[in-house]
Design a protein around this ligand. Structure first.
Ligand code: GLP
Length: 243
Protein backbone atom coordinates (compact mmCIF):
# COMPACT_ATOMS: atom_id res chain seq x y z
CA UNK A 1 0.00 0.00 0.00
CA UNK A 2 1.19 3.50 -0.78
CA UNK A 3 0.42 6.20 1.76
CA UNK A 4 0.52 9.91 1.00
CA UNK A 5 0.52 12.02 4.12
CA UNK A 6 -0.49 15.50 3.05
CA UNK A 7 -0.50 18.71 5.05
CA UNK A 8 -4.15 19.59 4.78
CA UNK A 9 -7.41 18.96 2.96
CA UNK A 10 -6.45 20.93 -0.15
CA UNK A 11 -3.15 19.08 -0.57
CA UNK A 12 -4.90 15.77 0.02
CA UNK A 13 -7.49 16.66 -2.62
CA UNK A 14 -4.88 17.65 -5.21
CA UNK A 15 -2.85 14.51 -4.63
CA UNK A 16 -5.87 12.20 -4.94
CA UNK A 17 -7.05 14.13 -8.02
CA UNK A 18 -3.62 13.72 -9.59
CA UNK A 19 -4.04 9.95 -9.49
CA UNK A 20 -7.28 10.35 -11.48
CA UNK A 21 -5.44 12.70 -13.82
CA UNK A 22 -2.78 10.08 -14.43
CA UNK A 23 -5.35 7.33 -14.90
CA UNK A 24 -7.37 9.29 -17.47
CA UNK A 25 -4.29 10.49 -19.29
CA UNK A 26 -2.93 6.96 -19.65
CA UNK A 27 -6.32 5.50 -20.50
CA UNK A 28 -9.04 7.97 -21.58
CA UNK A 29 -11.51 5.06 -21.69
CA UNK A 30 -11.04 4.28 -18.01
CA UNK A 31 -13.88 3.07 -15.85
CA UNK A 32 -13.89 5.27 -12.76
CA UNK A 33 -15.56 4.24 -9.53
CA UNK A 34 -16.81 7.41 -7.87
CA UNK A 35 -17.84 8.32 -4.35
CA UNK A 36 -19.92 10.94 -2.57
CA UNK A 37 -19.65 12.61 0.85
CA UNK A 38 -17.76 15.74 1.82
CA UNK A 39 -14.32 14.26 1.34
CA UNK A 40 -14.30 13.98 -2.48
CA UNK A 41 -15.52 17.55 -3.03
CA UNK A 42 -12.01 19.00 -3.23
CA UNK A 43 -10.93 16.22 -5.58
CA UNK A 44 -13.86 16.93 -7.89
CA UNK A 45 -13.14 20.68 -7.79
CA UNK A 46 -9.58 19.98 -8.89
CA UNK A 47 -10.67 17.67 -11.69
CA UNK A 48 -13.13 20.31 -12.91
CA UNK A 49 -10.37 22.91 -12.88
CA UNK A 50 -8.07 20.71 -14.97
CA UNK A 51 -10.94 19.99 -17.33
CA UNK A 52 -11.65 23.72 -17.75
CA UNK A 53 -8.01 24.35 -18.57
CA UNK A 54 -8.28 21.75 -21.30
CA UNK A 55 -6.03 19.23 -19.56
CA UNK A 56 -8.61 16.55 -18.79
CA UNK A 57 -11.09 15.00 -21.17
CA UNK A 58 -13.86 12.79 -19.79
CA UNK A 59 -15.62 12.13 -23.09
CA UNK A 60 -14.53 8.51 -23.38
CA UNK A 61 -14.58 7.45 -19.74
CA UNK A 62 -17.25 5.62 -17.80
CA UNK A 63 -18.20 6.36 -14.20
CA UNK A 64 -19.88 3.99 -11.79
CA UNK A 65 -20.90 5.34 -8.41
CA UNK A 66 -20.68 3.36 -5.22
CA UNK A 67 -24.10 3.86 -3.78
CA UNK A 68 -27.39 5.71 -3.54
CA UNK A 69 -30.00 6.28 -0.85
CA UNK A 70 -33.04 4.09 -1.35
CA UNK A 71 -36.37 5.76 -2.22
CA UNK A 72 -34.86 9.22 -2.51
CA UNK A 73 -35.79 10.56 -5.95
CA UNK A 74 -32.89 11.64 -8.18
CA UNK A 75 -34.08 15.27 -8.11
CA UNK A 76 -33.84 15.38 -4.30
CA UNK A 77 -30.89 17.67 -3.41
CA UNK A 78 -29.47 15.03 -1.07
CA UNK A 79 -29.64 12.17 -3.53
CA UNK A 80 -26.26 11.03 -4.73
CA UNK A 81 -27.49 11.43 -8.30
CA UNK A 82 -28.04 15.11 -7.59
CA UNK A 83 -24.73 15.36 -5.72
CA UNK A 84 -22.78 13.96 -8.64
CA UNK A 85 -24.52 16.22 -11.12
CA UNK A 86 -23.96 19.36 -9.07
CA UNK A 87 -20.45 18.65 -7.94
CA UNK A 88 -18.92 16.99 -10.96
CA UNK A 89 -20.90 15.84 -13.97
CA UNK A 90 -22.44 19.13 -15.06
CA UNK A 91 -19.00 20.75 -15.07
CA UNK A 92 -17.20 18.17 -17.20
CA UNK A 93 -17.78 16.47 -20.53
CA UNK A 94 -18.64 12.98 -19.32
CA UNK A 95 -21.50 11.50 -21.36
CA UNK A 96 -24.67 11.06 -19.28
CA UNK A 97 -25.15 7.63 -20.80
CA UNK A 98 -21.72 6.66 -19.52
CA UNK A 99 -22.31 7.52 -15.87
CA UNK A 100 -24.08 5.06 -13.63
CA UNK A 101 -25.66 5.19 -10.18
CA UNK A 102 -28.00 2.66 -8.59
CA UNK A 103 -31.64 3.51 -9.31
CA UNK A 104 -32.95 4.39 -5.87
CA UNK A 105 -36.56 4.35 -7.03
CA UNK A 106 -36.51 0.92 -8.68
CA UNK A 107 -39.65 -0.98 -7.75
CA UNK A 108 -37.78 -4.23 -7.49
CA UNK A 109 -34.65 -3.44 -5.51
CA UNK A 110 -33.19 -6.94 -5.78
CA UNK A 111 -33.44 -6.76 -9.52
CA UNK A 112 -31.82 -3.35 -9.50
CA UNK A 113 -28.90 -4.76 -7.50
CA UNK A 114 -28.43 -7.54 -10.06
CA UNK A 115 -28.66 -4.98 -12.88
CA UNK A 116 -25.97 -2.86 -11.22
CA UNK A 117 -23.62 -5.81 -10.84
CA UNK A 118 -24.16 -6.52 -14.55
CA UNK A 119 -23.35 -2.89 -15.40
CA UNK A 120 -20.05 -3.20 -13.56
CA UNK A 121 -19.23 -6.48 -15.23
CA UNK A 122 -20.17 -5.30 -18.71
CA UNK A 123 -18.04 -2.19 -18.30
CA UNK A 124 -15.04 -4.50 -18.01
CA UNK A 125 -14.57 -3.72 -14.29
CA UNK A 126 -13.46 -0.64 -12.46
CA UNK A 127 -9.99 0.69 -13.25
CA UNK A 128 -9.75 3.23 -10.46
CA UNK A 129 -12.07 3.30 -7.47
CA UNK A 130 -12.32 6.32 -5.18
CA UNK A 131 -13.36 5.62 -1.60
CA UNK A 132 -14.01 7.68 1.48
CA UNK A 133 -14.40 6.11 4.90
CA UNK A 134 -17.36 6.28 7.22
CA UNK A 135 -16.59 6.95 10.88
CA UNK A 136 -17.41 3.30 11.57
CA UNK A 137 -15.07 2.14 8.81
CA UNK A 138 -17.77 1.68 6.18
CA UNK A 139 -16.91 1.87 2.49
CA UNK A 140 -19.65 2.80 0.06
CA UNK A 141 -22.54 1.93 2.34
CA UNK A 142 -21.11 -1.44 3.39
CA UNK A 143 -21.88 -1.20 7.08
CA UNK A 144 -20.22 -3.19 9.89
CA UNK A 145 -21.70 -6.67 10.18
CA UNK A 146 -21.00 -10.35 10.67
CA UNK A 147 -19.86 -10.98 7.12
CA UNK A 148 -18.78 -9.13 4.00
CA UNK A 149 -21.66 -8.69 1.53
CA UNK A 150 -20.22 -9.41 -1.87
CA UNK A 151 -22.49 -8.01 -4.57
CA UNK A 152 -24.59 -4.88 -4.87
CA UNK A 153 -27.22 -5.04 -2.13
CA UNK A 154 -29.79 -3.14 -0.13
CA UNK A 155 -28.44 -2.10 3.22
CA UNK A 156 -30.05 -0.74 6.36
CA UNK A 157 -27.90 2.14 7.48
CA UNK A 158 -26.18 2.01 10.85
CA UNK A 159 -27.42 4.48 13.46
CA UNK A 160 -23.98 6.11 13.46
CA UNK A 161 -24.21 6.64 9.68
CA UNK A 162 -27.66 8.20 9.97
CA UNK A 163 -26.29 10.43 12.73
CA UNK A 164 -23.23 11.39 10.64
CA UNK A 165 -25.29 12.12 7.52
CA UNK A 166 -28.08 14.05 9.23
CA UNK A 167 -26.07 17.23 8.69
CA UNK A 168 -27.20 17.18 5.07
CA UNK A 169 -30.92 16.88 5.88
CA UNK A 170 -33.39 19.12 7.67
CA UNK A 171 -33.77 16.66 10.51
CA UNK A 172 -32.57 13.19 11.42
CA UNK A 173 -36.02 11.84 10.50
CA UNK A 174 -35.45 12.88 6.91
CA UNK A 175 -32.32 10.74 6.51
CA UNK A 176 -33.20 7.62 4.48
CA UNK A 177 -32.87 4.41 6.47
CA UNK A 178 -31.76 2.29 3.55
CA UNK A 179 -29.43 2.50 0.59
CA UNK A 180 -28.26 0.46 -2.36
CA UNK A 181 -24.52 -0.06 -2.34
CA UNK A 182 -21.90 -1.80 -4.38
CA UNK A 183 -20.68 -4.80 -2.44
CA UNK A 184 -17.24 -5.68 -1.20
CA UNK A 185 -16.49 -7.95 -4.14
CA UNK A 186 -17.10 -5.17 -6.70
CA UNK A 187 -14.91 -2.81 -4.70
CA UNK A 188 -12.14 -5.35 -4.21
CA UNK A 189 -12.15 -6.20 -7.93
CA UNK A 190 -11.24 -2.62 -8.83
CA UNK A 191 -7.75 -2.64 -10.33
CA UNK A 192 -6.61 0.30 -8.25
CA UNK A 193 -8.21 1.92 -5.21
CA UNK A 194 -7.64 5.41 -3.82
CA UNK A 195 -8.88 6.03 -0.31
CA UNK A 196 -9.23 9.73 0.54
CA UNK A 197 -9.50 10.78 4.18
CA UNK A 198 -9.42 14.08 5.96
CA UNK A 199 -9.74 15.38 9.51
CA UNK A 200 -9.23 14.11 13.03
CA UNK A 201 -12.71 12.57 13.13
CA UNK A 202 -11.52 9.94 10.64
CA UNK A 203 -8.29 9.05 12.46
CA UNK A 204 -9.72 6.05 14.35
CA UNK A 205 -11.44 4.65 11.29
CA UNK A 206 -8.19 4.96 9.32
CA UNK A 207 -6.25 3.17 12.05
CA UNK A 208 -8.84 0.39 12.30
CA UNK A 209 -9.07 -0.06 8.53
CA UNK A 210 -5.37 -0.10 7.75
CA UNK A 211 -3.66 -1.33 10.91
CA UNK A 212 -6.35 -3.32 12.67
CA UNK A 213 -7.59 -6.87 12.13
CA UNK A 214 -9.36 -7.63 8.86
CA UNK A 215 -12.97 -8.07 9.94
CA UNK A 216 -16.46 -7.35 8.61
CA UNK A 217 -16.97 -5.35 11.79
CA UNK A 218 -14.73 -2.78 10.07
CA UNK A 219 -15.63 -3.14 6.39
CA UNK A 220 -12.75 -0.98 5.13
CA UNK A 221 -10.25 -3.36 6.78
CA UNK A 222 -10.71 -5.67 3.76
CA UNK A 223 -8.68 -3.14 1.80
CA UNK A 224 -5.56 -4.53 3.49
CA UNK A 225 -6.01 -7.56 1.22
CA UNK A 226 -6.02 -5.52 -2.00
CA UNK A 227 -2.65 -5.18 -3.66
CA UNK A 228 -3.09 -1.77 -5.23
CA UNK A 229 -4.41 0.64 -2.63
CA UNK A 230 -3.25 4.21 -2.26
CA UNK A 231 -4.24 5.98 0.94
CA UNK A 232 -4.22 9.76 0.63
CA UNK A 233 -4.88 11.59 3.85
CA UNK A 234 -4.15 14.79 5.64
CA UNK A 235 -2.01 14.78 8.78
CA UNK A 236 -5.01 14.73 11.10
CA UNK A 237 -6.68 11.74 9.49
CA UNK A 238 -3.42 9.77 9.48
CA UNK A 239 -2.37 10.86 12.97
CA UNK A 240 -2.98 7.48 14.64
CA UNK A 241 -1.15 5.37 12.04
CA UNK A 242 2.24 3.86 12.87
CA UNK A 243 4.15 4.98 9.79
C1 GLP B 1 -21.34 8.23 3.08
C2 GLP B 1 -20.98 7.56 1.75
C3 GLP B 1 -19.56 7.03 1.77
C4 GLP B 1 -18.63 8.10 2.30
C5 GLP B 1 -19.00 8.42 3.72
C6 GLP B 1 -18.07 9.43 4.38
O1 GLP B 1 -21.84 7.36 4.02
N1 GLP B 1 -21.86 6.49 1.44
O2 GLP B 1 -19.20 6.63 0.46
O3 GLP B 1 -17.29 7.64 2.23
O4 GLP B 1 -20.32 8.95 3.69
O5 GLP B 1 -18.46 10.70 4.00
P1 GLP B 1 -17.66 12.02 4.32
O6 GLP B 1 -16.61 12.12 3.28
O7 GLP B 1 -18.69 13.11 4.19
O8 GLP B 1 -17.12 11.89 5.69
Amino acid sequence: MTIYRMKNYDDMSRKAASIFYAQLTLNPRSVLGLATGSTPLGIYRQLIEWHRKGDLDFSDCVSINLDEYKDLPPEHPQSYFYFMRQNLFKHINIKPENSYLPDSMAEDAQRECARYDAVIEQSGGIDLQLLGLGHNGHIGFNEPGRFFEKGTHVVTLADSTIEANKRFFESIDDVPRQAITMGIRCIMQARRIVVAVSGEAKAEAVKACFQGPVTPEVPGSILQLHDNVTLVGDEEALSLLDL
